[in-house]
Design a protein around this ligand. Structure first.
Ligand SMILES: NC(=O)C1=CN([C@@H]2O[C@H](COP(=O)(O)OP(=O)(O)OC[C@H]3O[C@@H](n4cnc5c(N)ncnc54)[C@H](OP(=O)(O)O)[C@@H]3O)[C@@H](O)[C@H]2O)C=CC1
Ligand SMILES: CC(C)CCC[C@@H](C)[C@H]1CC[C@H]2C3=C(CC[C@]12C)[C@@]1(C)CCC(=O)[C@@H](C)[C@@H]1CC3
Length: 334
């Protein structure tokens, strides 16, 4: 039977490169592209089919920041498939990023320069907003929409006839200091992206504790810094082009500048090749590129504790109950 792999955010960037690389690994896959924009989904599907005509590629429309859309998409997937072998939770946003140029310049003269260039610690803030469901948009898109999707897809993922896996596209920018259990949506801060990626790391750990015994395994990966729509929101494309000679030199010291989505997908594809039971649930798997441009995968222990992961998971369950009741109430009124 064909393995079924679902990828959110498959229309561009690392999601799209990942799809292409997965089909190169195994052209017998059934790949389902979960995208918010049907035209972009169709364009991605056509490009993938042109490269791999024997592949089976379908799409499902989902806006992960919109809870009704997630519930609809999950119902559609339950109708279409008996089982899912792997879900890549990859869609993500970093809205209106602001780069602190003076912190960047000062950072070049500090001992933490390599850490700064790998993680962007202290360099970036974002402007978040509230969705129609009343959630912070970065949290809703990067974390909660995906959490709800996983919850709704549990019957396809935990079938007891062999392991299934989740792979979260997290980030080296995830930072404990930017996350608070009391404000897990990051309403009160200026680094919602970092907070959401830390939340994702906690969630993966909690899901392993809950669902390993039912055959579902979760891992987190960071693709490294790539040139995609997301990073073109930080600096325009021509500035990245001007910076390229410096970045090529920096690559001899900093292994996180993967630059292309193809290189960035390295850890995500590597995880697909591993037996899920053999992976460390407390590690983040990082795509990395050497000074000479070769790409490899490293593992890094995550800065978190399992008790916080457990408490965060319970907060998400409470929020799920609350938002579902609100949606049902609104449906009953209309
Ligand atoms: N670029 C980088 O350097 C790094 C990126 N990452 C992570 O990689 C992931 C992919 O980002 P990247 O490829 O860089 O950037 P892109 O902006 O190219 O890709 C983001 C993808 O997510 C989709 N998406 C965004 N919002 C939603 C939504 N509400 N519902 C459904 N899909 C949505 C986009 O769809 P659409 O085409 O419709 O916009 C797009 O396909 C993100 O999770 C990001 O945090 C992690 C580390 C570094
Ligand atoms: C290196 C150049 C001479 C100057 C580039 C400066 C910044 C624009 C980059 C330095 C570190 C980068 C970085 C990211 C974006 C671009 C930088 C801030 C990310 C935040 C992109 C998204 C992620 O998820 C992180 C893993 C990246 C961390 C590093």
């Amino acid at each position: 039977m064909r393995k079924v792999v679902l990828v959110t955010g498959a229309s561009s960037g690392v999601g799209r490169a990942l799809c292409q690389r997965l089909l190169q690994e195994d052209d017998g896959l059934h790949l389902c592209l979960a995208c918010r924009n049907p035209d972009r989904a169709e364009a991605a599907r056509a490009a993938l089919l042109a490269a791999c005509p024997s592949a089976q590629i379908t799409s499902v429309q989902v806006d992960v920041s919109d809870l009704r859309s997630v519930l609809r998409a999950a119902a559609e997937l339950r109708r279409r498939f008996q089982r899912l072998d792997c879900v890549y939770l990859n869609a993500g946003i970093m809205p209106q990023p602001q780069l602190d140029v003076s912190a960047l310049l000062l950072g070049f003269f500090s001992r933490k320069v390599i850490h700064m260039l790998c993680t962007a610690e202290g360099l970036l803030t974002q402007h978040d907003k509230v969705t129609a469901d009343g959630l912070q948009e970065v949290f809703a898109t990067n974390v909660f929409g995906h959490f709800l999707l996983v919850r709704e897809l549990e019957p396809l993922l935990c079938r007891g006839d062999g392991p299934a896996r989740l792979v979260w596209t997290s980030s080296r920018n995830a930072r404990k200091a930017n996350f608070s259990l009391q404000d897990f949506q990051h309403r009160g801060g200026q680094e919602p992206y970092s907070s959401s990626k830390y939340a994702m790391d906690l969630l993966s750990v909690a899901l392993n504790r809950k669902l390993n015994q039912r055959g579902l395994y979760s891992s987190v990966a960071c693709p490294g810094t790539m040139l995609t729509n997301m990073t073109y929101g930080i600096l325009p494309a021509f500035v990245w082009t001007l910076l390229m000679p410096i970045i090529w030199l920096l690559r001899f010291l900093v292994d996180s500048f993967t630059l292309t989505p193809h290189n960035g997908a390295e850890a995500l594809v590597w995880l697909f090749r591993q037996k899920p039971e053999s992976l460390d649930p407390l590690s983040k798997y990082l795509s990395a590129t050497s000074g000479f441009g070769s790409t490899y995968v490293t593992a890094q222990q995550m800065d978190l504790d399992e008790d916080t992961a457990e408490r965060f998971y319970h907060s998400l369950l409470e929020l799920e109950t609350h938002v579902k009741a609100t949606l049902q109430g609104a449906d009953a009124q209309s």
